[in-house]
Design a protein around this ligand. Structure first.
Ligand code: BDR
Ligand code: CA
Length: 314
């Protein structure tokens, strides 16, 4: 069983990923930490507490960063996740899980220290909480099992950002934080748009969730209606499996092919938020990339198997 800290901005696909992780016997959710992104920090924290309370996820929920380290944030993407971050689905007044008094980055530090070598941090929003945790307790690089993130667009098949031609939302939302996380000497696995855009839940998949997935499956199908409408605007029938792909990578990393090499993030300018990996097979003259930790970028995915793993689990 892998204990995870799920660092998240729920968020429609975050909700699916959280319930997928909760349902899978190989995952223990040790904590849920929130970060601004798909909605403001109050809203995503309320959503996380709602989901945890309603579906009996007995893990602490902690409120995290409400702004990026340095970048000024624009309004949340209501056209993607709805005004309430959950596809504008009205939430019944179920008991909310209590909110831990500690800020998210402090809870992360405490848990990682309590369980050295055990915890995988799965970050599916901006990486602000992780950067704050690293600043306060740099030794956590040696205490986590590893980091799995949903984020980045490496341009495996050409430029493929979803906020700009080169930038993915979780990275451009706090590029300075992402660069800190990727250049720290811990193992980071990146599940970016290069693979998540090849992995799609179809309307039939949602119908199956609704019919066979109990209360959690029906909730995922409900909140995803608005998200599916957003995808329809650019010709995709169904929804990309972004955040659940990161959970799948923890459960079954063999479903992905990873490329090794150091990763940096462009923090400012026209290419702000671009993620770049240096190919270790290519010779470059000595420079700024030397001595950087090597990280793992997903470049291939067995997409049908990822979707099946998620749907069968739920
Ligand atoms: C990422 O951004 C958010 O909209 C999703 O929740 C996902 O984490 C995809 O770019
Ligand atoms: Ca997310």
């Amino acid at each position: 069983m892998t204990p995870i800290i799920f660092d998240t901005d729920p968020g429609v696909d975050d909700t699916a990923a959280l319930l997928f992780a909760h349902a899978h016997p190989a995952i223990e959710i040790a904590a849920i930490t929130t970060v601004f992104g798909n909605a403001d920090i109050e809203t995503v924290t309320r959503n996380a507490a709602h989901i945890a309370g309603r579906f009996g996820i007995g893990a602490p929920v902690a409120r995290g960063a409400g702004v990026a380290l340095r970048r000024e944030s624009g309004p949340p993407p209501a056209h993607v996740h709805g005004d309430n971050g959950l596809g504008n689905v009205a939430l019944p007044a179920t008991p909310l899980a209590p909110i831990d008094p500690r800020p998210a980055h402090r809870l992360i530090i405490d848990l990682v220290r309590e369980r050295p070598g055990e915890i995988e941090i799965v970050a599916v929003g901006r990486m602000t909480n992780l950067a704050l945790a690293l600043a306060e307790a740099p030794e956590i690089v040696d205490l986590v099992a590893g980091i799995t993130i949903m984020g980045g667009a490496f341009g495996v098949d050409g430029p493929n950002g979803n906020v700009t031609p080169v930038a993915e939302a979780n990275i451009i939302g706090d590029p300075h934080a992402a660069d800190i996380v990727f250049t720290a000497p811990w193992r980071v696995r990146m599940i970016g748009l290069d693979v998540t855009r090849r992995t799609i839940i179809t309307p039939e998949g949602f119908a199956r969730l609704r019919a066979e997935g109990g209360a959690a499956g029906a909730f995922i199908a409900d909140v995803s209606e608005h998200y599916m409408g957003f995808h329809a605007r650019f010709g995709v029938t169904g929804c990309y499996v972004h955040d659940s792909s990161a959970i799948a990578a923890v459960i079954a990393p063999e479903l992905f092919t990873f490329r090794e090499g150091p990763v940096r993030v462009v923090a400012e300018g026209i290419a702000e938020g671009q993620t770049i990996q240096r190919d270790p097979a290519v010779f470059y003259p000595p420079g700024a990339w030397d001595g950087m930790p090597s990280q793992q970028v997903a470049v291939e995915v067995k997409a049908d198997a990822v979707v099946a793993l998620m749907l069968d689990t739920l």
